[in-house]
Write a protein that binds this ligand. Structure first.
Ligand SMILES: Nc1ncnc2c1ncn2[C@@H]1O[C@H](COP(=O)(O)OP(=O)(O)OP(=O)(O)O)[C@@H](O)[C@H]1O
Length: 308
């Protein structure tokens, strides 16, 4: 599928120094959600679902066109706090485009996406990271020559408040943030199951590199973690331990959005699933509901829904 140019996508991959003074307080515990927005005139009250949970992210009638291609066509769904939501669909259905719209890579042609009631389009990607959305990519994007620890520390930097002068002058605040970022990065590497913290990223196994990406995304202290095909290339044992890791991440209070082609993993770990086909939402519900939905079966088998 077409990919955006491999430019830095989030706070873990670029310099956020100039924004640090405007950043929210550093969050130093795994999974502590981002603070709710305050005093923003663009904020909408978040809808709640039947169980009374608040919508963390609202995809509201979003259409996104690339020239003549309608990648997303009036797509609506909510992501509720604390859930694991699967976003599935055949190749080219619009899943990655949807992720890219949520993380500020693309602006919707029409409709809007709100996170904690705040409209996302028009915000720079690093601002979206600071709001509390982190993501991983289909293709691994690490700093190969840097150690595992350093890769994660880059993510931890996203919420540092040290100004450029205090970093240059090595003022106490700089050292304090450096120390807490380092400690938190060690914790996160342990959390995702990487032992060799001092190893260059390029020397880690493929599975470890994928987990390192997750650790780096978690280092930005997200309220929402978006995982784009995290099990790609995994063997069954690696998939099982990834499934457990995703559950553990949710257990820390982080909401998870998962794009994944492996149906066993999707069915085994998600609370709800949204299904896209040709840019349209064709189904939404529990894994069991989605699995038995004739439109979904037809989309995957490539036959008309009424024939499924
Ligand atoms: N940057 C782009 N420019 C033009 N068309 C694009 C671009 N990105 C995606 N598309 C098109 O938008 C549609 C949706 O693509 P998208 O990559 O979002 O699908 P996907 O569901 O993630 O697919 P896959 O499972 O293969 O990754 C496809 O027709 C694709 O060709």
């Amino acid at each position: 599928m077409p990919e955006t140019p491999p430019e830095p996508q989030d706070a873990s991959e670029r310099d956020v120094t100039s924004e640090r003074d405007a950043a929210p307080d550093a969050r130093t515990t795994v999974g502590v959600p981002a603070e709710p927005p305050t005093g923003d005139s663009t904020a909408h009250p978040a809808p709640t679902d039947l169980a009374g949970r608040k919508a963390l992210l609202e995809v509201d009638n979003v259409t996104l066109r690339f020239g003549g291609v309608v990648a997303l066509d009036q797509v609506n769904f909510n992501l509720y706090e604390g859930e694991i939501l699967g976003l599935i669909g055949p190749n080219g259905a619009g899943k990655t485009t949807c992720f890219n719209a949520m993380t500020g890579v693309y602006a919707p042609t029409s409709g809007e996406i709100r996170f904690q009631g705040k409209k996302l389009s028009g915000r720079a990607r690093y601002k979206i990271t600071q709001l509390g959305i982190a993501r991983t990519f289909q293709n691994i994007r690490l700093f190969p020559e840097m150690t595992a620890l350093e890769n994660v520390m880059v993510g931890a930097d996203a919420h540092h408040k040290t100004s450029v002068p205090s970093a240059l002058l090595r003022l106490p605040r700089y050292w304090q943030e450096e120390r807490s970022g380092r400690e938190r990065s060690h914790e996160l590497l342990d959390f995702v199951g990487i032992r060799r913290h001092g190893e260059a990223a390029r020397n880690l196994s493929y599975g470890e590199q994928r987990r390192l990406e997750i650790a780096r995304a978690l280092a930005t202290s997200p309220a929402l973690l978006c995982l784009d095909e995290p099990a790609a290339g995994f063997n069954p044992a690696e998939k099982d331990s990834l499934l457990q890791l995703i559950r553990d991440i949710r257990g820390t209070g982080v909401t998870v959005l998962l794009i994944e082609h492996d149906m066993r993993l999707v069915m085994g770990v998600t609370d709800r699933i949204v299904v896209l086909e040709f840019g349209k939402k064709i189904a939404e519900g529990s894994p069991a509901e989605v699995r038995d939905n004739p439109k979904v079966i037809a989309a995957y088998l490539g036959v008309p829904a009424d024939a499924a």
